[in-house]
Design a protein around this ligand. Structure first.
Ligand code: CA
Length: 233
């Protein structure tokens, strides 16, 4: 059984496949939630952010692609594995372009699906650093799970983007991270040629005001001149 009980949202309309997916995943120790169409999936996500989503392309109403797009537009970055029909090469490309992490072709074996899920979860756990949900820096705590900085002089709320920036930087403790890397990994789907690295600087500056006791003389979120930023831990 996985150490962390991960929740997987299954978005599929075919009853026999829902049954198989549920049964397989629950046997592996996952929690499952089922949505039979896209609108239901989006409603569930308003309440519960899953650790991973299995998303069928062919759904009644909104297609799997539209669901995926809408999720990425909300800047939610949990892994999405899309289920496509056999040999729909175009679907695979479309899926990856709109922000799906992986695809699997129907019919698929249970072992293959589980391997893909585990691979994606490992990557996203590393990235989001479940272990790093609370980061202690001397006399302050970055509580990323609850999106709040706990300082000696009180708590300050963080925006979703700020949490993502901190998570990314915390993935490379005491190492310089380039502005470009932040843009490409944190701004992923909002990233366009018009997005300048200035966007990163603006966010870092705001973040510094929240996490540094003296923002003009930062101790933790430091600038690496000519390179980018570093989180000193
Ligand atoms: Ca279907």
């Amino acid at each position: 059984m996985p150490q962390n009980k991960h929740t997987i949202l299954i978005v599929e309309d075919e009853p026999s496949l829902i049954f198989t997916l549920r049964d397989t995943l629950e046997n592996e120790g996952f929690e499952t939630i089922v949505a039979e169409h896209g609108k239901a999936a989006l409603e569930i996500i308003e309440q519960t952010i899953p650790d991973l989503m299995i998303l069928d392309v062919m759904l009644p109403g909104m297609s799997g692609f539209d669901v995926c797009k809408k999720i990425r537009e909300k800047n939610l970055l949990f892994p999405i594995i899309m289920l496509t029909a056999r040999d729909q090469e175009i679907d695979k490309v479309t899926g990856l372009n709109i922000g799906a992490d992986d695809y699997i072709t129907k019919p698929f074996g249970v072992k293959e699906l589980l391997a893909r899920i585990q691979a994606r979860l490992r990557r996203s756990d590393d990235y989001s650093g479940r272990k790093n949900d609370v980061i202690t820096l001397e006399n302050l705590q970055l509580d990323l799970k609850n999106a709040v900085v706990r300082r000696p002089d009180g708590d300050i709320e963080l925006t979703t983007r700020e949490v993502e920036v901190l998570r990314y930087l915390a993935g490379y403790p005491n190492e310089p991270v380039t502005r470009r890397a932040l843009l490409e990994n944190v701004w992923r789907y909002d990233y366009s040629p018009n997005t300048s690295t200035r966007t990163v600087d603006v966010h870092i500056s705001k973040l510094r005001n929240k996490i540094e006791l003296r923002p003009d003389d930062p101790k933790h979120l430091v600038t690496m001149h000519g390179v980018g930023y570093m989180l000193k831990m």
